[in-house]
Design a protein around this ligand. Structure first.
Ligand code: ZN
Length: 148
């Protein structure tokens, strides 16, 4: 199996069986995200205590990339500090867009499986929707965030 196929497998798995796919009853932050180009919708729930992401989950519907990306994000951010999460987002964005931000030394873990999205610029918004919702949740904006 090639690395590319392996990455595909992980995306398919996370789309079929999204992790942390539920409403979080005790959440400190929440936000909705919308990607009108593709029709992806997400509601993200965070429980942040003393700058640490204790718990996070999401609900919504969308394409395989947006669902898998949200699922992977909830896995990787659990237990991280808000600062660590921001650094990961910067590195992830760089991975998807090829833009140099100086964050290329960051350990991406499973987020690496979405690197192929770089070849499909229209899908970058699918892959970053959950992360934009995360930013909105942090900043307490109650309006739904749109990628447009
Ligand atoms: Zn999409």
């Amino acid at each position: 199996m090639s690395l590319r196929e392996l990455y595909q497998e992980v995306i398919i798995d996370h789309n079929k069986n999204p992790r942390n796919f539920c409403k979080l009853d005790s959440c400190s932050h929440r936000a909705e995200g919308l990607n009108p180009l593709c029709g992806d919708r997400i509601t993200l729930y965070l429980n942040i205590q003393q700058d640490k992401i204790e718990q996070l989950s999401f609900e919504g519907s969308g394409c395989a990339i947006s669902t898998a990306s949200a699922s992977l994000m909830t896995e990787i951010l659990k237990g991280k500090s808000v600062i660590e999460a921001q650094t990961l987002f910067t590195a992830f964005h760089e991975l998807l867009t090829g833009r140099e931000t100086g964050a290329d030394h960051i350990e991406m873990g499973k987020l690496q499986v979405l690197a192929g999205v770089k070849e499909y610029p229209a899908r970058v918004k699918c892959a970053t929707l959950a992360w934009h919702a995360f930013q909105e949740a942090l900043h307490g904006n109650q309006r739904p965030v749109s990628t447009e």
